[in-house]
Design a protein around this ligand. Structure first.
Ligand SMILES: C[S@@+](CC[C@H](N)C(=O)[O-])C[C@H]1O[C@@H](n2cnc3c(N)ncnc32)[C@H](O)[C@@H]1O
Length: 265
């Protein structure tokens, strides 16, 4: 599955606004005063995690951005300071274990966990636990989407989106909206002290371009699932696009942020 740079650019301001500040503050406190740290960002895209966290984390931290999309990594390279980041092209489904050599001080990801399968998450948690690496995972979709004002067809569309989220996104059947809760449970079972907080997108008339893109994406996903007659789904899409473009559509899209610290040795 590919993620166009334009889509990542469109969502980055909403992501930045939504990231749970308490979770970021606790991560920052954990790392404060430590020099020469090395973090790996999984599914890094164009480097939004680095841009979001850098102001809060130690100045001279080095990052490895791991992704399988060379165009996104090339963009990350020119958008971020050369001395701060290196990029690594890797298929994380096939070669997840490779990114743990050398062993990083921190592993992060954003908008990734809902794409992965339970088996892949098990591999990740096993590796984090055995190497005792703290883990920050932001912006995992939690299945709650509400639009305002409401439309009678919204609940069926949201149901279809959430079913679509379980499709294979390159890691096997995706955890989709279950990913956050499943990750918290697996990390706790593996001995991590886990905290989490909401990082919902709260979109209004200022976010019309993102809301427009979301409505189109949701309509396409819902069309693939087929819960609605095409004529009904088409009508919903037209109504929602018109409202988004007029600045009359607000949306709340639920996400969860997670910080997991290795337990006492
Ligand atoms: C939703 S995007 C999130 C990007 C970035 N973390 C952000 O928040 O803007 C998911 C990212 O995972 C990457 N990805 C998807 N499947 C992958 C795989 N099998 N191996 C490595 N990266 C993958 C995509 O290229 C994309 O950059």
């Amino acid at each position: 599955m590919t993620f166009p740079s334009e889509w990542l650019k469109l969502r980055e301001p909403a992501d930045l606004q939504a990231r749970n500040r308490v979770v970021v503050a606790h991560l920052a406190a954990d790392l404060s005063g430590r020099d020469g740290l090395h973090a790996v960002d999984l599914g890094a895209g164009t480097g939004s995690t680095v841009r979001a966290l850098s102001p809060h984390l130690p100045q001279r931290m080095r990052w490895t951005l791991a992704d399988n999309d060379p165009a996104l990594l090339a963009e990350a390279s020119w958008r971020l300071p050369e001395e701060q980041v290196e990029t690594r092209r890797v298929d994380l489904d096939r070669d997840l274990e490779a990114v743990f050599d050398p062993v990083p001080d921190l592993v992060t990801c954003s908008a990734l966990l809902d794409l992965v399968s339970e088996a892949w998450l098990d591999r990740l948690v096993e590796r984090l636990a055995s190497l005792r690496i703290p883990f920050y995972a932001a912006l995992t979709y939690d299945g709650s989407t509400t639009l305002s004002p409401g439309d009678p067809i919204d609940p069926v569309v949201v149901d279809a989106i959430n079913q679509h989220q379980h499709g294979d996104k390159g890691f096997g059947p995706a955890l989709g909206p279950d990913a956050g809760a499943v990750a918290v449970e697996k990390l706790r079972t593996a001995g991590f002290a886990v905290e989490s907080g909401q990082s919902d997108w709260l979109l209004d008339s200022d976010d019309a371009a993102l809301t427009h893109a979301l409505v189109n994406g949701w309509a396409e996903a819902a069309g693939e699932i087929g819960l609605l007659a095409p004529v009904d789904l088409g009508g919903w899409r037209q109504r929602r696009l018109a409202a988004a473009d007029a600045g009359d559509l607000a949306a709340r899209v639920g996400h969860i942020d997670i910080l997991a610290r290795p337990g006492a040795a």
